[in-house]
Design a protein around this ligand. Sequence first.
Ligand code: HPA
Length: 235
Amino acid sequence: MTTHIGANKGDIAETVLMPGDPLRAKWAAETFLEAPRLVNEVRGMLGYTGTYKGNPVTIHGSGMGMPSLSIYANELIRDFGAKSLIRIGSCGGMQPHVKIRDVIIAMSATSLNTPSMGLFKEVNFAPTADYSLLRAAVAAAEAMGAKPHVGGIYSSDVFYDERPDLTEQMTRHGILGVEMEAAELYTVAARFGARALAVLTVSDHLQTGEALPSKDREQSFGEMVEIALKAAFPG
Ligand code: HPA
């Protein structure tokens, strides 16, 4: 047991999928895992462990934003021995060719700040996905008929952004989408020698103002769970 995770050692699998929303963790575990069981409910942040094709998997909420994700990623890796962490979540599209419902696989995550930034002092660390997971996720998405966008994303500290000039610079520099967690996940994973990846669906678009209807969200979410599970256990 740790401060924020009420599981016993051995209750958490080496492979962890991390949606932002704890109820999504419950839905994904009940839909995609065999024999899912609740392993954490501290502060309502639900975590489930079951198996996928016989392989142990935990699906655990991260909460919204990097400070929340950071707490869970630190404890999952450091205290429970998680080795591969895949964020599954939504993002806002930032390029005209990136459409609603498209899948983005994040190679890198730019940010203004992360909870880890204090460690680096003057160094501008580049949070980067694990290549083996990234490659396997791209292959899995393509095999499912998706055409994933692979590239840089922006991990923002705010959903209600008051800096249109920053959005403009991100777009100008080819950033595919904006979300609020990946940069810290990649950084914490790197610190402890774990693998990390973010697989995202475009749920809204910053340029067109379009948004994914709620009935489509579950289907897009399910697709990401499948991509993440296939990436974690290729072949
Ligand atoms: N901004 C930040 N995070 C997000 C967005 C957004 O537009 N859409 C989904 N997650």
